[in-house]
Ligand binder design. Structure first.
Ligand code: AMP
Ligand code: MG
Length: 413
């Protein structure tokens, strides 16, 4: 049997991304329903935010020309609460003003009330105890958003703060991409669902919960097609079912080239497939291809990505390869996985020929600790960890070295 080609992580990713095409269908959703979706069109603000110059503090709106020395006294000529508009400030006067209220014409600063006092026996004068600088505590009209200008760009993943920005721009609904539809199944005769008795020599299907949750965390629809036994016909059948109504099929297990690995022949029979050896650890085998839509009405193909079966391998290869592929289908703005320089507080001396992704945790000293068991079967390493260290091929790590850190948090949305 010929050995699949060995690719670097970068080459594999380039190949995946050059194939992915953005899903084009949009839908208009009320703001709260758009959480976790991808913006399909730029949002332009309907208004200036703030609408007028306004005060950031409770205090007094003044003209700095009137206050040359601390202790200057001004007549309080008007009162402007939030939601009302004052009149032009006359020289020598101040306006009592409250946070969010528009600053009146003629005023060029706000003095916070803590820096003012009402002189003994007065009801309508204020003593200003500090000399203000021009524009202090004034929020400028349009400093946040400008009417007619872009507030959010197409391709943005909508978090709570983006919904707030769209609302402050005056929108009630957002045009978002339809959800990418992903089907997943899990190969292996040894697998049982939690809740069922384990077979002799069996294990529970943990990939189901990790992978379906990863798919959902990216804002996709996830369809679970269950456990598929290690035989060609069952695998082909599952592929035909999965290709219906889905953009992408993800599987775990069976991607090596052993006698019990049926992904390659099954996908080849139902479509087309490249099987890769990627020079990464954990991970190595990964399959990429497409499955013909089987129904008479739907034409085209569903993309196919086959992950290795080992629980850490399938999780890490999902994050490194499937996630960017899905982001591209979604038309998202974010590009490649970002790494951050962090200090290793551990030694990793057995430099491997493969690019390793080590499970690590941030410690109280601002460095990274290493999970002691880096086996690709030990999933507790990933739940203990905060993220991965991307350790290039052939590189050893000594405590104190700066390493490339990838937080899990950044990959699960
Ligand atoms: P495979 O890639 O099918 O050769 O599987 C590699 C290893 O991962 C084997 O030890 C399998 O038992 C294990 N494995 C495969 N699929 C799963 C799964 N869904 N959940 C947990 N372990 C799995
Ligand atoms: Mg297997």
């Amino acid at each position: 049997m010929t050995k699949p080609p060995m690719l670097t992580a970068q080459q594999a990713l380039d190949h995946l991304l050059s194939n992915a095409q953005v899903v084009s269908e949009h839908e208009l959703l009320p703001m709260q329903s758009a959480l976790g979706r991808i913006l399909a069109e730029d949002v332009k603000s309907l208004v200036d935010v703030p609408p007028l110059d306004n005060t950031a503090m409770d205090g007094y709106a003044v003209s700095t020309a009137d206050i040359q020395t601390p202790g200057s006294i001004l007549k309080i000529a008007q009162r402007i609460p939030a939601g009302s508009i004052g009149i032009t400030l006359e020289p020598g006067t101040a306006a009592r003003i409250f946070t969010g209220a528009p600053v009146p014409q003629g005023a060029d600063a706000v003095v916070m009330q803590e820096d003012c006092a009402i002189p003994e026996g007065s009801t309508d004068h204020v003593q200003v105890n500090v000399v203000p600088t021009s524009m202090q505590w004034i929020r400028r009209k349009g400093e946040d958003l400008q009417a007619g200008k872009t507030a959010l760009i197409a391709g943005t993943f909508l978090r709570p703060q983006e919904l707030g920005v769209a609302a402050s721009a005056g929108l009630t609904h957002l045009s978002v991409k339809r959800r990418v539809k992903v089907a997943a199944f899990f190969t292996g005769d040894e697998l049982s669902l939690p809740g069922e008795p384990l077979k002799p020599g069996g294990i529970y299907n943990s990939n189901r919960d990790t992978i379906l949750a990863c798919i959902k965390a990216l804002g996709c629809d996830a369809t679970d097609l269950g456990i598929v036994p290690d035989n060609l016909n069952a695998t082909r059948e599952a592929l035909r079912k999965a290709s219906k109504d889905h953009d992408l099929i993800i599987t775990s297990g069976g991607v090596s080239v052993g006698e019990e690995d049926h992904i390659k022949p099954a996908v080849t029979a139902e479509g087309r497939l490249d099987l890769w050896q990627i020079a990464i650890k954990p991970g190595k085998p990964l399959a990429f291809g497409a499955v013909r839509k089987s129904s008479a009405t739907a034409d085209g193909e569903a993309w196919f990505i086959g992950l290795p079966g080992n629980p850490v391998s399938s999780f890490v290869t999902f994050l490194l390869f499937v996630r960017p592929f899905i982001l591209k289908l979604q038309g998202r703005e974010e590009g490649r996985v970002q790494t951050y320089p962090m200090r290793a507080d551990f030694d990793w001396l057995k430099a491997d020929r493969r690019n390793e992704f080590l499970r690590v945790k941030i410690n109280a000293q601002g460095g990274l600790d290493l999970f002691p068991n880096q086996s690709s079967g030990v999933l507790t390493s990933a739940s203990w960890g905060d993220g991965l260290v991307d350790c290039p091929p052939g590189q050893a790590i000594k405590a104190g070295d700066l390493v490339k850190y990838i937080p899990f948090n950044a990959l699960l949305n």
